[in-house]
Structure formats: structure tokens, C-alpha cells
Design a binder for this molecule. Structure first.
Ligand code: SF4
Length: 294
């Protein structure tokens, strides 16, 4: 079975295998192309909608609820009001047992985070705090709208502090990951925050970023990067990772499926396991130049 069973949102006539041709980019889109070119092709090129809505994932919903509690708290609500307001929004999604077991159990670590934030705010003069900030830049790394036609790279930052001295601190809240993982695996993602904010919101004097491991109530920060590092090595690293991901799929010569742990979170998992995309994968060869046999 091929794509007929699904509903691609676009009828493609041509496809340019280049950074601009396959954009707009985000950290997760680069990761998707590196992990599984087929998922990238279905999701971002053909924009295929899965036939059935994927089942609600408890892990995802708990993560979203935890983010919401933090958002209310950082806006100034008390801890109990933050939980109450979030509970109302998630009444139809999480059962009372799931709520108590997975969200209310985070109360202590949420309090710890709030206390650490209070200490940080007292020590560091803060100009602005942003939450869930959406940032987009164009190909020249100039600010543009998140959904604009010319957006080339974009991202959402959970929490950003812009200091009076124009340094910035970025935090990504993670519910599932344990603190023992550390931040090494997240460094590319954290780098994109520094680059995006610097180019898409306001020039910084430098920036630091970190992961808030919600369940363990711990936050680990990376090394400070100066404005010149952000504008050169970090920005180049983002460009390089886009080019490298495209080169590797060009080398393969089609949008190959590559299975991994991430398949559990892929909307096409069941159809993919059943081999329903074989024709689609084969058909994707048409976008790749035919290699000369030497
Ligand atoms: S299920 Fe896995 S291999 Fe299949 S498309 Fe999704 S990510 Fe790729």
C-alpha cells in the first residue's frame, strides 16, 4: 500500500534538496532528517496526515501539564493556584489517578525550581522574562515571523531571561529525562536557543542555557558563550548540521526509513511496521540525481 491510503497535503512537482529547499528548519526537524529520512519526507515534505489520530500519550500530556504549571508559577501565581488552573485545563485528558500520580507528585520539585528562580532573580538584575517564546529568522539570520514565508530557522524556548547587561539565560523544561542523563545530548538544542534569541529577538552580550529536569528538581547549565562565539561557531554549527543531514540523505539516494527508539513517538509507526510505505520510499528516488557509475 502506498500513499493513496493517506492524505498528503501537497502535490509536489519538484523538490530542491538544499537548505532553503527543505526548510524551514528547527532543531527537531534536523534531528528528524538525521534519524529517519522517511519520517522527514512524510511529515515535512509531503505533509502527510496520519489517518487516525494518534492515541493520547500519557507521557506527552503529563509533560504538557507540567510545563503549564511552571508557566503559571513563573507568571506569579501561587503553587496551589498553578496546579488548580492546570488541573481545570487537563480534566478531560488526565484521570484523577493519573493527575495525582504523575503531576501532583511534581509539587516538591516545582517548589524547588521556584525557589531557585527567586534566588537567581535577586542576584541578577533582569530586564525581561519570556515564556514559550517563538522565534523565527530568515536565511540571513534576520528576525522574521515564526510562520512567515521567508522563515529559515525557528524554535520555541520554554523560558528565557534577558538580563539588564544583555546577557541571556535559556531554560528547557524536561519531564521525562532524568538528571543523570546530563546535558550532553541536548547541547545542540541549547545552542540553537542562543543563536535564535541573539539573531531573532535582540543581540545579547552572551548566553548560557540549561535543562530543567522537572522530575528530579535539578537544573544543569552549559558553558557561557560570548556574542562573537554565538555569531560564528554556534551559528555555523547549526548551518553545518543542516547541510550534513541533507548530504547524508543525498548519499543514500532516497528517503530511507531507519528504525530506532524514536519510532515509538512516530505517528506513522504502525503503518511503517506493516511495510505500507515501501512504494513511497521507492518513489522518493525521483528527487535525487542519478549517480554516474564510474
Ligand atoms: S516508524 Fe520509525 S522508521 Fe518508520 S517512518 Fe517513523 S521514524 Fe521512520
Amino acid at each position: 500500500m502506498s500513499l493513496e491510503k493517506f492524505t498528503p497535503a501537497v502535490a509536489l512537482e519538484s523538490l530542491e534538496l538544499s537548505p532553503t529547499g527543505l526548510g524551514a528548519w528547527s532543531h527537531s526537524k534536523i534531528k528528524c532528517l538525521k534519524n529517519c529520512p522517511l519520517q522527514f519526507y512524510l511529515k515535512y515534505v509531503l505533509k502527510v496526515k496520519p489517518l487516525e489520530k494518534p492515541p493520547i500519550s500519557l507521557v506527552t500530556e503529563v509533560g504538557k501539564a507540567a510545563h503549564r504549571v511552571l508557566e503559571f508559577m513563573i507568571k506569579g501565581k501561587s503553587l496551589s493556584d498553578s496546579f488548580k488552573s492546570t488541573r481545570k485545563e487537563y480534566e478531560s485528558v488526565l484521570s484523577p489517578e493519573e493527575w495525582d500520580q504523575h503531576v501532583m507528585s511534581l509539587e516538591y520539585s516545582m517548589t524547588t525550581f521556584r525557589e531557585k528562580m527567586d534566588v537567581f532573580e535577586k542576584k541578577n538584575p533582569i530586564k525581561r522574562i519570556f515564556q514559550e517564546i517563538r522565534i523565527g529568522v530568515d536565511k540571513n539570520w534576520q528576525p522574521t515571523g515564526f510562520f512567515s514565508e521567508d522563515v529559515y530557522f525557528r524554535g520555541v524556548i520554554d523560558l528565557a531571561f534577558q538580563m539588564e547587561n544583555l546577557d541571556a539565560l535559556y531554560i528547557d523544561h524536561k519531564t521525562g529525562a532524568p538528571v543523570i542523563m546530563g546535558i550532553r545530548n541536548f547541547q545542540d538544542q541549547l545552542n540553537t536557543y542562543k543563536v535564535l534569541f541573539h539573531h531573532g529577538i535582540e543581540k545579547t552580550t552572551g548566553g548560557q542555557a540549561g535543562i530543567h529536569f522537572i522530575r528530579d528538581g535539578e537544573t544543569i547549565l552549559d558553558d557561557y558563550a560570548s556574542a562573537s562565539e554565538i555569531e560564528t561557531s554556534l551559528k555555523n554549527r547549526v548551518e553545518f548540521s543542516i547541510e550534513a543531514a541533507i548530504d547524508s540523505v543525498k548519499e543514500i539516494g532516497f528517503f530511507k526509513h531507519k528504525r530506532g527508539n524514536y519510532c515509538n513517538y512516530c505517528d506513522f509507526n504502525e503503518n511503517c511496521k506493516a511495510g505500507e510505505f515501501k512504494a513511497t520510499v521507492k518513489d522518493s528516488q525521483k528527487w535525487f540525481p542519478i549517480k554516474e557509475i564510474k
